[in-house]
Design a binder for this molecule. Structure first.
Ligand code: TXA
Ligand code: MG
Length: 331
């Protein structure tokens, strides 16, 4: 993983903590995407967070903490395997869903009896969470249905003055949201693929782990809605790229391409977005490229998905949702 340098500025952290304690909203960088944070123990603050995001109230939100004690403080009957996952993967891009402690607000869980918790691996996030000292509810810092932000600029453009403070940590190192693993039953299930692979989780818990199947119940409210970018995303195999691009250009569509280098020559007029060199950089730039497709007013973005290994599985998942017109998760 490429480490982005982002300096922790103590006065900004102090300001951010004051805002959170006062019920305000602070956007902060994590290693995955930027989060929009509110005091998870303050119902009014969490409701305000949902209002700003434009997200339906029955969607659960992840509680972020500065160390692994978040698991026992916000969860109950935490199984040993959840503790092992926390110990081995935190700080890091893994959200662990456990039964919720009695004090956890319905506003945070969307009324579920479980709660998702995570310790992010980002110095500014950790400084903020450790100074705040308790749980910070934080969905991705985008309006509902939009692409997740991977820079402070993305957050400002999307949320404007509705956020009290944006902590700038530069571009996110991972670029797609955390892996979510449900540990509420004996059957450990990956609800969303992300930076921590299934193989790694299986190695830690010492048993097979399955991915959510098409027919499985999803978290309430996480059904499909519209998806930005405005540009239609089409997934293509590399050999079909030039032919498909040509037929779209012939039909007067403005067409862009996102694929790992090297590419065969493309028909004239096709916009080749800067190509990621490997699967990790594909994940890191994915959301920025989707935004770029809109900034360039493309009608169609042709994407050759990266190989389905490591973080490539999460990239493929988000791309398939984008191509189907669903949010990247429930946005
Ligand atoms: O990487 C990330 O996870 C980022 C950063 C900011 O930490 N956060 C993020 O949050 O992606 P959000 O709200 O955009 O997505 C949270 C996902 C949703 O799909 C939600 O349904 C699921 O987590 N989730 C949260 N609590 C849950 C629970 N108790 N049970 C099942 N799913 C849950
Ligand atoms: Mg989101």
């Amino acid at each position: 993983m490429v480490r982005m340098t982002s300096a922790v500025d103590p006065p900004s952290i102090e300001r951010a903590v004051t805002i959170l304690r006062g019920g305000g909203l602070v956007a902060f960088p994590t290693e995955t995407v930027y989060g929009l944070g509110a005091d998870a123990a303050n119902a009014a603050a969490v409701r305000h967070l949902f209002a700003v995001k434009g997200r339906p109230p029955d969607h659960p939100v992840i509680v972020h903490g500065g160390d692994a004690s978040i698991l026992d403080r916000w969860g109950r009957d935490v199984p040993a395997l959840a503790g092992s996952l926390a110990e081995r993967c935190w700080p890091g891009p893994l959200t662990i869903v456990v039964r919720r402690a009695a004090h956890v607000l319905d506003d945070v869980t969307g009324g579920l009896d479980s709660v998702g918790v995570r310790v992010p691996d980002q110095p500014i996030a950790l400084a903020l969470l450790q100074s705040f000292g308790d749980g910070v509810a934080a969905p991705s810092a985008n309006r509902y249905g939009r692409v997740s932000p991977t820079s402070a600029e993305d957050v400002r453009r999307d949320l404007g003055d509705d956020v009290d403070l944006v902590l700038d940590g530069g571009p996110c190192a991972v670029g797609v949201e955390s892996t979510i693993v449900d540990c509420t039953t004996d059957d450990v299930v990956i609800l969303r693929p992300g930076g921590v692979t299934r193989e790694r989780i299986e190695e830690i818990v010492g048993r097979p782990v399955r991915e959510r199947r098409a027919g499985d119940q999803r978290a309430p409210g996480s059904t499909a809605s519209h998806y930005a970018p405005r540009a239609r995303v089409e997934l293509v195999v590399v050999d079909a790229l030039a032919t498909r691009a040509k037929s779209l250009v012939d039909a007067s569509r403005s067409v862009g391409v996102l694929a790992m280098a090297p590419l065969a020559p493309l028909p004239e007029g096709v916009v080749a977005l800067d190509a990621p060199a490997d699967v990790e950089s594909f994940a890191r730039v994915l959301y920025a490229r989707l935004r770029a497709a809109d900034a360039r007013e493309l009608d169609v973005l042709l994407v050759v998905p990266p190989p389905a290994v490591g973080i490539g599985i999460a990239v493929g998942d988000r791309l398939r949702r984008a191509a189907r017109g669903e949010p990247e998760d429930d946005a």
